[in-house]
Design a protein around this ligand. Structure first.
Ligand SMILES: CC(=O)N[C@@H]([C@@H](O)[C@H](O)[C@H](O)CO)[C@@H](O)CC(=O)C(=O)O
Length: 312
């Protein structure tokens, strides 16, 4: 039996985008407004400083300011998972200790990037973070960006510890996701990573998901999750298809994050541009993004109404 309350980690987690001011600096007010925006959307929590949050492009001090702002604003209302991995173990530990000081609910980390690391090195990197705070730890496996493909052997070694409560599976294979779930068992959380496969991931064992595009349509992912939980799989498939049409369009812009941030601005949530080398969208993209925003709003309207009818 695990000592952790896993129920607060089951569901939809928005991988929060960065929030900068006009000069491109971290802006606490904007971080808070963005975090607050998700409170009423029905999501379970936020994943802070991950890929979508551009943690890896920010300084340690900036990352701390983001976490502090999120915790102050919504730390009592949502479950907050903080991605603490930096390239050095030293900085990652500093961020892990800081997350605990701020009252975050869990930490999470990718392997260090750039160097081709052995499994022993990645294990040591993660273990130092696990040991330096008393927070539960969630492995972040995203081989397509880190170049490190987590093996079952290393996974089972790391996951055997009570403090390691889950894994965020951002690789594309639903089979891999299922294999991790099968080995770790019921009392171990698996988060679906690819938003395009939320339905597939959940059916194959994921307890919820962490995703970036949830940020512009959190309501749709919450309804999708409810369809799955209540076994309405045809409705779930229909909605996932709509979502995927949106995601495919979002992926056609100079950067996914730039497109999503612009859509947020159309919903009165200013977050600035993504930080270089991630490209912003340009003025010529604005009209089509505005059309896409209307499409998202229409779907949110339609599906939240349908869900209300089902619940009544
Ligand atoms: C590679 C990547 O960035 N994957 C995203 C997805 O949310 C992704 O943006 C989405 O599926 C669109 O392809 C997440 O798995 C990453 C994530 O949650 C994060 O921001 O840490």
């Amino acid at each position: 039996m695990t000592e952790w309350d896993l129920s607060k980690f089951k569901g939809v987690f928005v991988a929060m985008y960065s929030a900068y001011d006009e000069a491109g600096d971290v802006c606490e007010d904007r971080v808070k407004k963005l975090a607050r925006f998700y409170v009423h959307s029905g999501v379970k929590g936020l994943y802070v400083g991950g890929s979508s949050g551009e943690g890896i492009l920010q300084t340690v001090e900036e990352r701390k300011r983001v976490v502090e702002a999120v915790m102050q604003e919504v730390g009592q209302e949502l479950t907050i998972i903080v991605h603490v991995a930096a390239n050095s173990t030293k900085e990652s530990k500093e961020l892990a200790i800081h997350a605990e000081t701020c009252g975050a609910h869990a930490i999470s980390a990718v392997p260090s990037i750039y160097y081709r690391l052995s499994e022993n090195a990645v294990e040591k990197h993660w273990q130092e973070m696990i040991d330096c705070s008393s927070l539960p730890f969630i492995i972040y496996n995203i081989p397509q960006t880190t170049g490190f493909n987590l093996s079952q052997t290393l996974f089972q070694k790391v996951a055997a510890q009570d403090k390691v409560i889950g894994i965020k599976m951002s690789g594309e294979s639903v089979f891999d996701l299922q294999q991790f779930k099968a080995h770790a068992g019921k009392e171990f959380l698996v988060f679906n990573g690819p938003d395009e496969q939320y339905l597939g991931g959940r059916i194959m064992g994921a307890d919820g998901g962490i995703g970036g595009t949830y940020g512009v349509m959190p309501e749709l992912f919450c309804v999708l999750d409810q369809y799955i939980t209540s076994n309405q799989l045809e409705k779930a498939q229909e909605l996932q298809f709509h979502i995927n049409r949106i995601i495919k369009k979002l992926l056609s812009y100079p950067s996914l994050y730039g497109a999503c941030k612009y859509i947020l601005s159309l919903r009165n949530i200013e977050t600035g541009f993504p930080r270089l080398p991630l490209l912003p969208v340009t003025q010529q993209d604005y009209p089509s993004l505005s059309v896409l925003n209307d499409e998202i709003k229409q779907l949110i309207n339609q599906y939240t109404k349908e869900m209300e009818r089902v619940i009544q």
